[in-house]
Design a protein around this ligand. Structure first.
Ligand code: F55
Length: 835
């Protein structure tokens, strides 16, 4: 590690203080900065400044402003010497940064005026930015919302992740099929700061030698293997309406510049030295595009260790500067594991403390378990991470030994508590005695943490009663807790829906609600105000018009903005049941076709909008995308149907598109099989933007219902406690599919939406193969509930009232509430108040 300790001596500090940079505060100052950046940083001029250059210069101007506060925040935190939180996540789905930066520092209006003076429109400038899409879906976006809340609430916190060269792929729809295109996003990224002086050498492979020290104690030495260097890239995370600006540190891999390579190079082995370089760079090259599926690839394990080892080295280095005793480590450091992906951090910290720092095992283990917290995001068995023991042995030989020791000591305590219970021992062992043997990462994370949390009440109950029930018996119920997810109202209301944010501000006494979302409840006082409701409805309509134009531009389909916009945008997965939605759409189409023209005239027009990516290797998810597109191709040009039904597939759903789609929804679908969606967070975004939900009793839908009232949500379907019995009955009893759903299947099979027998596997999954996701069980109640939606939507006045009441009651779902719960219940950290 190269790190220079350099500080300006006291007598010379005056000169620095005199020239301290104070960022622009008005339009003139902003324009001056933009022009300066165009003419110097970008080496262009007013004669060749396009929107791209204007975006770059605007971003650089705001970046400069962030840096000043960022430096001060870091200095304040170092001086205060208080406990810090480290959020370890393999995914940060940040989206765009410029709009967020402008709003958080409170200078968007200043920028709008300045950009206007310089000959551009702020909306066009914002649109130039490429999303930072370093995540798959909910888990990655949650990490991004948490960073926003941590900074906004003044918590001393760092995010740690990987700087992927390629984020989640760009999705194109070609002839109705998903095609994946690489997402190279680093061409020009003004928001990151390479720290070429902050590097860590990471070791892989090799072997372990044991020796005795002078006291006869056995010491392990991990030797040989290969070294890859981690380079830090930092991104400033501005808080809203506070100077606090936290740091997101992302690691990039490169070949180590050790003697080894120079030797090769000097020996004329140019080719193989370049090959080494490429192999090293592969580690941080690409985000794995699977959500809720563990594929067990060696490179993924390498990514995990690379990132975890670099981050821990960095955290430990910072701690060591304070010269405190090791036992104080948990008073200074809280590390949160976002799912099991960073679980090797548990093992790595134990290794640092025992092998390198020479602590006794038990003392080290106490420090480790007091430091970590683990958040679980799924109960789906195919998503629970396991690694083959052989692979672990090969890649991380010392870590495997430590895992075995952790397991041994853990099983000894289990044995004491449950003597002669062999079944208990095999069921909780970190090592699964399968062929091949596997390391169960969730079990390791539980054993290595002091708190384990689920992400919504139902989910937290489920993990304690099903997949982790034996651990509750062993550690007691106190170790397990719930922290219901939340979303940042800054991005998901103020930024995505500025007009609604202004209207709310005018009724609640300013923008205070953006810092304390419970203040939304004041909206209910205005519910009988006719002008208020009228403006509310107008804003929704304007947001729908915007989406209508986008649909026209990108898909050349004309939709009626007065129609009911029914939206399901999320990753495509059988458990999320986009297939139930599209079967429902087909059912609606058949019903419309069967009507007389007079009857049709009485129907409510609807636009069914889908969006989302399928994991590239998930064949069935891709079939679902194909069916939706094929249904759209038939329905959208059917002259009998006209405006009454349109089916839209929005390409390449991502964070910035969500900011346009979410505010335009009347009804959104959150219809997972009960017990499968841990929480869901887009459900919160849609309601916060004045849309209603059709949903199952799953994840956070249940708590949303509790908060907003069951009269304001369209719930349907099987309850989670009945799922197991139904699945059993499908397989072992007789499973029949009702006639409405069979008609849908027959229509598909007849070739209406492609060739006969296209989509046969999708139909068979329900009809013949046990219907694991209970589509047939929930179909009728789904259709009936959609009918109720149609009826209620006709009463626009009452519909708008429901929307307003719902928004008024959504205060609970701010990620600020969520972060405060983590801070108090898990991390034991306090905000660092800024004077
Ligand atoms: C990504 C990679 C792997 Cl190996 C496993 C899972 C994922 C992933 O993307 N998971 C994910 O997004 N989970 C979601 O987390 C959200 C935040 O807690 C929940 O709201 C949502 O229910 C859950 O599916």
């Amino acid at each position: 590690v190269k790190s220079v300790e350099a500080s300006i001596p006291e007598p010379q500090r005056e000169a620095w203080k005199k020239h301290q940079v104070e960022g622009f505060t008005d339009k003139d100052g902003f324009e001056k900065e933009v022009v300066r950046h165009v003419e110097t940083t970008l080496a262009r001029s007013l004669f060749n400044c396009d929107e791209g250059a204007a975006y770059s210069a605007t971003s650089l101007a705001f970046r400069d402003r962030l840096i000043t506060e960022w430096n001060r925040t870091q200095q304040r935190q170092t001086t205060a010497d208080t406990k810090r939180v480290y959020y370890l996540s393999l995914e940060f789905l940040m989206g765009r940064a410029l709009d967020n930066a402008m709003l958080n520092v409170g200078l968007k209006d200043v920028a709008r005026g300045g950009i206007d003076d310089l000959g551009f429109r702020i909306e066009d400038i914002i649109e130039q930015e490429h999303d930072a899409a370093l995540g798959n879906g909910g888990l990655g976006r949650l990490a991004a919302c948490f960073l926003d809340s941590l900074a906004s609430l003044n918590y001393p916190a760092w995010g740690y992740g990987l700087r992927y060269r390629y984020g989640i792929f760009k999705q194109e729809i070609i002839n109705g099929y998903q095609v994946e295109v690489p997402d190279y996003w680093l061409d020009f990224n003004p928001w990151e700061f390479p720290r070429h002086d902050v590097t860590v050498d990471i070791q892989f492979y090799g072997n372990v030698r044991k020796s005795q020290d002078e006291n006869g104690k056995t010491v392990a030495h991990w030797e040989g293997g290969e070294i890859v260097t981690a380079v830090a890239y930092d991104m400033p995370i501005p808080g809203y309406a506070t100077p606090s600006t936290n740091n997101l540190r992302l690691w990039s891999s490169k070949a180590s510049s050790g003697e080894f390579d120079f030797q090769k190079f000097n020996n004329g082995d140019y080719e193989s030295s370049v090959a080494d370089q490429q192999r090293a760079e592969t580690i941080s090259a690409v985000l794995y595009p699977n959500d809720n599926l563990d594929r067990g690839k060696e490179l993924r394990l390498k990514q995990q260790y690379f990132w975890v080892a670099a981050s821990l080295y960095d955290i430990v280095r910072r701690f060591k500067k304070s010269k405190r005793a090791w036992r104080e480590f948990p008073d200074q450091v809280a590390i949160q594991l976002n799912d099991t992906h960073p679980t090797l951090a548990v093992v790595e910290l134990q290794r640092i403390l025992v092998d390198i720092e020479g602590l006794e095992w038990d003392e080290a283990w106490n420090i480790v378990t007091s430091t970590f917290g683990y958040t679980n995001h799924t109960v789906l068995p195919e998503a629970l991470e396991k690694w083959p023991v052989g692979l672990m042995q090969h890649l991380l030989p010392r870590h495997l030994q430590i895992i075995y020791d952790i397991n041994l000591f853990f099983l000894q305590t289990v044995e004491k508590k449950f003597p002669n219970d062999r079944e208990m021992l095999t069921s909780v062992s970190i090592i699964e005695e399968s062929q091949p043997k596997m390391v169960r990462m969730a079990y390791l994370a539980i054993v290595g943490s002091h708190k384990v949390n689920g992400v919504a009440e139902l989910h937290s109950d489920l993990i304690q009663t099903t997949i982790f029930k034996d651990f509750v018996k062993i550690f007691g119920a106190d170790k397990f807790t719930n922290v219901t997810n939340g979303i940042t109202p800054r991005r998901w209301l103020h930024q995505a829906n500025p007009r609604l944010s202004e209207l709310i501000a005018s009724k609640t006494g300013g923008h205070e609600f953006l810092k304390d979302l419970t203040q939304l409840n004041k909206l209910e006082l205005s519910i009988d105000d006719d002008a208020f409701r009228k403006e509310w409805a107008e804003i929704k309509y304007a947001n729908k018009v915007r989406l209508t134009k986008y649909i026209k531009k990108t898909l050349d389909v004309t939709v009626n903005p007065a129609a009911l916009f029914d939206v399901q945008v999320k990753r495509i997965h059988e458990y999320k049941r986009q297939q139930l939605n599209i079967f429902g759409v087909i059912h609606r189409y058949l019903a419309l076709k069967a009507m007389s023209p007079e009857e049709r005239k009485k129907q409510l027009p609807r636009v069914s909008i889908f969006g989302g990516k399928a994991a590239p290797g998930y064949w069935m998810a891709k079939q679902i995308i194909h069916l939706i597109n094929n249904v759209g191709a038939v329905v959208n040009k059917d002259p009998d149907i006209g405006d009454l039904l349109k089916v839209i597939y929005l390409e390449d759903y991502n964070v910035s598109k969500a900011e346009m789609i979410v505010p335009a929804s009347d009804l959104s679908e959150h219809i997972s099989t009960a017990g499968t969606e841990a929480s869901g967070t887009s459900n919160m975004k849609f309601v916060l933007n004045g849309g209603l939900i059709i949903g199952t009793c799953d994840g956070a839908n249940i708590e949303i219902t509790r908060e907003i009232g069951q009269e304001n949500i369209f719930l349907f379907g099987t309850l989670s406690e009945d799922v197991e019995d139904l699945r059993h009955a499908h397989t072992y009893g007789s499973h029949t599919v009702d006639s409405d759903l069979n008609k849908v299947f027959d229509t598909i099979q007849s070739g209406t939406f492609g060739e006969p027998n296209d989509f046969g596997a999708m139909v068979a999954a329900v009809r013949d193969h046990g219907d694991f996701y209970l589509v047939s069980d929930d179909f009728q109640s789904y259709i009936d509930t959609q009918k109720m939606v149609d009826t209620e939507y006709r009463n626009q006045d009452e519909w708008v009232r429901k929307c307003i009441r719902s928004v008024a009651r959504m205060g609970f779902f701010s990620s600020d509430r969520c972060i405060n719960e983590y801070a108090e219940g898990i991390w034991n950290v306090e905000p660092l108040v800024v004077k």
